[in-house]
Design a protein around this ligand. Structure first.
Ligand SMILES: [Zn+2]
Ligand SMILES: [Zn+2]
Length: 424
């Protein structure tokens, strides 16, 4: 194919930052420069544009790409901090494997919205691994649980999380109380939607276990190692499948267990907190608190770099800071003082396609108008006999617009060929 065409090179729109080199590589897979148009370009400008889709994409559109049988796709569904912000939800990472398995690691506040944007039926989002019980790491668990009930998840929601130094600090205690907190929610669903998905299964494992297997199925092994963060209890996770190794710190101070057991990870995602100076300047921390939180409770950027220099992953991913144009350069400068290997500073919707030969990093482009995908199993009907109903006091307050309700029933019955009478 000739590249020295006089026809202006047209690149598909979509805001792609395409430099000269990237542009040339895009041309190779681009229908905009088909062999026929290149031939025509030698003579006169082509009359018709090709009608095929681009074969190369620099972005990931959820639900539009096969996952190869040997491939791992890791999607950032929360990369921020405990402080809520529209741009970055709190910690959450989705791991999808070519064998069909999907695993959620942490589900911090705001992250369920990100997960929901990925066009995955809720049936498959039923396994959650929680590194520790800060709300920025499990705050959306209740929403995932209830969202699954509404979306016909027929299997229990399965949760793995650490014990604590006493039972009240453990995952079982937290999930039991979450269920209690949602008592009214659960009761209100009875008889109105099928409640098969209200089942929860918690596997609480020893937070002091070192490289202990906490999950093993379908060729996937997940291990936990202790983490050091705020209080006894936190852990980090290592997932291995098909010769690929994924490591996720959740939150931790640098520690010997991570350095020993995450060596040579294909992708190592580790917290990297804002440096103390920025905690003071941007978040108004008292200086002593900034130093404590930024270097003792969390891992600072330069400490992150030290950690990655030792474990030497194929890809190091820093998360857990507000990744803005005026923050990232300082975070990267500090990391680069101690680490010169492959690095990404995560933002929400960053996607990593990992195989033995390649790690492709792109951004997902989300359809803001996405609806929940229908369940892959037939939607189970509600059982009206389970309905708790209202007190006489509340029932006495109902204004029944019988004419419009009857019309809604009539129109719906007609459209779907049913014969459901309106309630009296
Ligand atoms: Zn934390
Ligand atoms: Zn955190």
């Amino acid at each position: 194919m000739k590249l020295e065409t006089k026809t202006p090179l047209r690149i598909a729109s979509g805001g792609l930052a395409v430099g000269l080199v990237a542009g040339l590589s895009l041309m190779a897979g681009s229908p905009w420069v088909s062999s026929s148009s290149a031939e025509e370009a030698a003579g006169s400008a082509p009359t018709f544009s090709p009608v095929k889709a681009l074969s190369d994409r620099d972005v990931y559109f959820p639900g539009t790409e096969d996952l190869a049988s040997d491939e791992m796709r890791v999607t950032a569904c929360g990369t921020g901090m405990p402080n809520a912000r529209p741009k970055q939800a709190a910690a959450c990472w989705l791991v999808e494997l070519g064998n069909g398995d999907k695993f959620i690691f942490d589900i911090g506040s705001g992250s369920f919205e990100r997960l929901s944007a990925l066009s995955i039926p809720m049936d498959y989002l039923d396994k959650v691994f929680i590194g520790h019980l800060h709300s920025d790491h499990f705050g959306d668990l209740g929403d995932l649980w209830v969202g699954g009930v509404i979306s016909n998840r027929q299997r229990p929601l399965r949760i793995w999380g650490p014990s604590g130094s006493k039972p009240e600090y453990g995952t079982q205690y937290a999930v039991d109380r979450m269920q209690e907190m949602l008592t009214w929610d659960a009761a209100s669903r009875l008889g109105n939607v099928n409640v098969q998905g209200q089942k929860l299964e918690v596997t609480e494992f020893d937070y002091q276990g070192v490289n202990q297997v906490i999950y093993e199925d379908n060729g996937v092994t997940i291990r936990s190692i202790p983490a050091i963060h705020a209080l006894d209890g936190p852990v980090s996770f290592i997932l291995e499948w098909n010769g690929l190794k994924f490591a996720f710190s959740s939150d931790t101070y640098p520690n010997k267990w991570w350095l020993e057991h995450t060596k040579d990870a294909d992708i190592a995602i580790h917290e990297c907190f804002l440096p103390p100076t920025l905690l003071v300047k941007r978040q108004k921390f008292p200086v002593a608190d900034a130093l404590n939180v930024g270097t003792q409770v969390h891992t600072s950027p330069a400490m992150f770099g030290k950690v990655m220099s030792i474990i030497e992953p194929r890809m190091a991913v820093a998360y857990h800071f507000f990744n803005d144009f005026d923050i990232a350069p300082e975070v990267e400068r500090l990391i680069r003082m101690t680490y010169d290997g492959p690095l990404e500073l995560a933002v929400d919707y960053m996607v990593f396609n990992v195989t033995k030969d390649d790690i492709k990093v792109r951004m997902a482009v989300i359809n803001e108008d996405a609806w929940p995908l229908p369940s892959v199993t037939e939607k189970l009907p509600a059982d009206p006999s389970e309905r708790i109903g209202f007190s006489e006091f509340i029932t006495s307050g109902r204004e029944v617009f019988a004419d419009v309700i009857k019309r809604a029933y009539d129109e719906t019955n007609e459209e779907f060929g049913t014969d459901i009478p309106p309630p009296l």
